[in-house]
Design a protein around this ligand. Structure first.
Ligand code: AMP
Ligand code: GLY
Length: 424
């Protein structure tokens, strides 16, 4: 088979690495890809939002399956464009990707189908939102409705901050059109867990759990980022929690989407909070997490392509999804100054030390080849170093040891990825 992956980050590198292990794959392509992905796939210089060019490429090259890694093209309808041209593609259609694309939609869906989540109200009128806040309990959470690179969520401690937040989101349009509508929701407390799943429209099979570290600094300080590191599994995601979620969250979400005439095929990423009243949904994403994919895929025992094919064909019930009884930790190596401003273009050394290793991996997030053919930094998040271990502590020690193998100017990382496991 010829397989095309759409995207260019660490998640897509992990997908390409995993796809390349499949005996079903003869040739792998990635659009646009990055310097690390180039080791497994032929990178094609087409942007993830250039749907017509992507589909034309897939037709010309005879691509048998396209896997969409990123949220923007999914929410924008890339799957519909491919399907209209008779191309096989793994991912939700536009009418299902709305599960991630509109927080107002997903909140209404959960309410209608009694899926546990924080109490909320949706607003399209900033005046009404401000009026509502005057009688609200604090802290309170404001969310821009649309995609905002994971940054459209404000936790406000008092009325003054919240009114300013409404202004930023709805009037100043800090997150662009994502702020045309907003959700105001109850503040929840508890541990966060990410659970990714494969879905074929009717059947859902969940993967092993993971946890992300969103803040830039040690001890969860600083600004929110795309994710500074992950570990898998989460020791807080117990068998009881899983049983509850399977019954009240996972299958009900898939059934709700089907009942709404929006059958979901692809990945549903459940962002959960384990609150004192039980697990509740924080958010849905319609794709693998980044950097969750970098710890979940290395633990997956199945052939990725076989599972994706089963999702497209609606035969996921015949797949026995299996994960190794080990653990993985990913430490993101970023450019100092991320997520605000940072320098790029520093040469990266030591990457060759990961070649052919099966206990640790380096997934490229923001890298490129410079004019002399050297691999240089090209983004805020530069690399994700993942290591496996028999348990979380061993995986964490291995990941921090492995990250020493790579060096570049401006290298910055958190020192406490996976520290929470000490409390488990
Ligand atoms: P989201 O993009 O919806 O996952 O929100 C980003 C982050 O904001 C989450 O990972 C949580 O840490 C936090 N958050 C979102 N919603 C709530 C909530 N209702 N209560 C407390 N924290 C929240
Ligand atoms: N790491 C969080 C996300 O991919 O949305």
């Amino acid at each position: 088979m010829k397989v095309l992956i759409i995207g260019s980050g660490g998640r897509e590198h992990a997908l390409a690495w995993k796809a390349a292990k499949s005996p079903l794959v003869e040739k792998l392509y990635c659009a646009p890809g990055n310097a690390g992905i180039a080791e497994y796939a032929q990178c094609v210089n087409i942007g993830a939002m250039e749907f017509d060019k992507l589909a034309a490429f897939a037709r010309e090259e005879g691509i048998d399956l396209t896997i969409v890694g990123m949220d923007d093209p999914l929410v924008g309808g890339v799957v519909d464009v491919f399907e209209a041209q008779g191309l096989r593609v793994f991912g939700p259609r536009k009418n299902a990707a709305i599960l991630e694309g509109s927080k107002a939609f997903s909140k209404d869906l959960m309410k209608k189908y009694h899926i546990p989540t924080a109490a909320y109200e949706n607003f399209t009128d900033p005046e009404k939102a401000m009026e509502y806040l005057k009688t609200a309990k604090f802290p309170i959470v404001l969310k821009a409705d649309g995609l905002a690179l994971g940054k459209g969520v404000l936790i406000c401690q008092n009325l003054e901050d919240a009114l300013e937040g409404v202004k930023e989101i709805m009037l100043d349009k800090k997150f662009g059109s994502a702020g045309n509508e907003m959700v105001i929701e109850e503040f929840m407390t508890g541990r966060e867990v990410s659970v990714l799943s494969f879905v074929d429209g009717k059947t859902i099979k969940t993967m092993t759990s993971a946890q992300d570290h969103k803040r830039a600094g040690d001890g969860d300080t600083g600004l929110n980022t795309g994710g500074m590191g992950t570990f898998s599994p989460s020791p807080f995601y117990t068998k009881e929690v899983d049983e509850f979620c399977q019954k009240y969250i996972y299958q009900p979400t898939v059934d709700a989407m089907a009942a709404e005439g929006r059958p979901f095929k692809g990945i549903i990423f459940f962002g959960l909070m384990l609150t004192p009243e039980g697990p509740k949904v924080l958010e849905y994403n319609a794709r693998f997490g980044d950097p969750e994919a970098q710890v979940v895929l290395p633990r997956m025992e199945n052939d990725l392509i076989e599972v994706c094919q089963a999702c497209v064909d609606g035969t996921l019930d015949q797949i026995d999804l299996k994960f190794a009884d080990n653990a993985a930790v990913c430490v993101v190596l970023a450019s100092d100054g991320y997520p605000v401003s940072y320098e790029k273009g520093y040469p990266i050394s030591g990457l060759e030390k990961f070649k052919d290793r099966e206990d640790c991996f380096v997934f490229h997030a923001g890298t490129k080849f410079d004019q002399e053919g050297r691999i240089v930094t090209n983004g805020g998040r530069v690399l994700g170093v993942t290591a496996l271990g028999a348990d979380l502590k061993e995986a964490r020690a291995n990941a921090y040891k492995a990250q020493e193998l790579v060096q570049f100017g401006n290298k910055y990382y958190r020192h406490d990825i996976g520290k929470a496991i000490d409390e488990a």
